[in-house]
Ligand binder design. Structure first.
Ligand code: SMG
Ligand code: MG
Length: 370
């Protein structure tokens, strides 16, 4: 495969409701799609980041620049020999920028798989036709508002609830949700790095509620702190932001910094590294689940294929299109009996609907032409 040209499509897609985390509030998903045209066809992928470097160090403008000036030229230099598997080695010299690397590798993988009429699910080794779906519930202004939101998601059929937490919104919302919906509800929390080790005593109060896990309580670079915290609380620690590679995952497990891993392909540089983390976790007996970055159908499709690998034993943040968007950019993903079907068509198995894309496009820029 040879890269002919690469185009960035900037999008602003309104969310159906505001989504508040410990680091900010989103009302619109502002990101970009990458369209890679090769001699065999085209491939699409969605950048997982935001306009601001609050979830991680990367952001939309940093990704655009590094793709244009450093990543795409290195992969294009492979000439006729481009494959998705060669993207990682070709980009190894460039430090960091994993979300940007992931969007390029994923668009090329989509193009490559379409040329063989093979799905992401087949390529990655998926074993399920549908995956159980959880939902991530933002921080709210009041407990009644939270209970109404959770009730709605449970009525939709979601099989697991994740509450976003921060200091001042943690034990009470968990207590309220447990009291309202019972002990059998699969429930977990995500702090997005909002705590420090001195909060251990406070976080121990969460042990009373039978949570599946607490996700990323401490800073992303604090593996030691997570290992210490895991000795002080019973709730299993799950890492998200801290795990940017299979090597990180191996270190976190060796240190006892986590007992569960949230795998987001973008955060770790793409689906190939995501699969390596899956394999490592399976070998270590560690459960994994698929995280989300409020993706449109473009990004969601490939995440569903990954979530169908055998080690993904917990429901993921792979919710239906309607949880995020009134109109998705692809055919909408729907919840059936708490599950979402894994796409089985070529590549990601979805196509971008030109009319839906046109409505949310704020700019198109060529990043490379042969
Ligand atoms: O895609 O349903 C989704 C969002 C899930 O909570 C979610 N993602 O830290 O796991 C996480 C957050 C990161 C994105 S917050 C804008
Ligand atoms: Mg998280």
């Amino acid at each position: 495969m040879r890269i002919e040209h690469v185009e960035l499509v900037a999008i602003e897609v309104p969310l159906v409701g505001a989504f508040r985390t410990s680091f900010g509030t989103d009302t619109v998903r502002s990101t970009f799609l990458l369209r890679v045209v090769t001699d065999t066809g085209e491939g699409w992928a969605e950048f997982a980041g935001d306009p601001e470097p609050l979830y991680c160090a990367e952001f939309n403008a940093s990704a655009e620049l590094v793709l244009r000036d450093h990543l795409i030229p290195r992969v294009a230099a492979l000439g006729d020999g481009v494959t998705a598997a060669k993207v990682g080695p070709a980009l190894e010299a460039v430090k960091g920028h994993r979300l940007a690397k992931a969007v390029l590798e994923t668009a090329l993988l989509d193009a490559e798989l379409r040329s063989y009429a093979m799905s992401f699910a087949t390529y990655l080794g998926s074993v399920k036709e549908r995956v159980p779906s959880g939902v991530s519930v933002g921080i709210m202004d009041s407990l009644p508002e939270l209970l109404t939101a959770v009730e709605g998601y449970l009525a939709d059929g979601y099989l697991r609830i994740k509450l976003k937490i921060e200091p001042g919104w943690d034990v009470e919302p968990v207590r309220a949700v447990r009291a309202a919906f019972g002990d059998d509800l699969l429930l977990q929390v995500d702090a997005n790095t909002a705590y420090s080790l001195t909060d251990a005593e406070h976080l121990r109060a969460l042990d009373d509620f039978g949570l599946l896990l607490i996700e990323q309580p401490l800073d992303e670079d604090d593996l030691r702190g997570h290992a210490e915290l895991s000795k002080l609380i019973r709730t299993p620690i799950c890492l998200d932001e801290s795990i940017t590679s299979a090597r990180d995952a191996a270190a976190a497990l060796a240190l006892g910094a986590c007992r569960v891993i949230n795998i987001k392909p973008a955060r770790v540089g793409g689906y190939l590294e995501a699969r390596r983390i899956h394999d490592l976790s399976v070998a270590n007996g560690v459960p994994v689940w698929c995280g989300g970055m409020l993706e449109t159908g473009v990004g969601r499709a490939a995440n569903l294929a990954l979530a169908a690998l055998p080690g993904f034993v917990l429901p993921g943040d792979t919710s239906a299109s309607a949880r995020y968007y009134a109109e998705d950019l692809t055919e909408p993903f729907v919840l059936e009996d708490g599950h979402i079907a894994v796409p089985d068509g070529p590549g990601t198995g979805v196509t971008v609907r030109p009319d839906a894309l046109a409505k949310v496009t704020t700019g198109r820029r060529g990043l490379y032409a042969r």
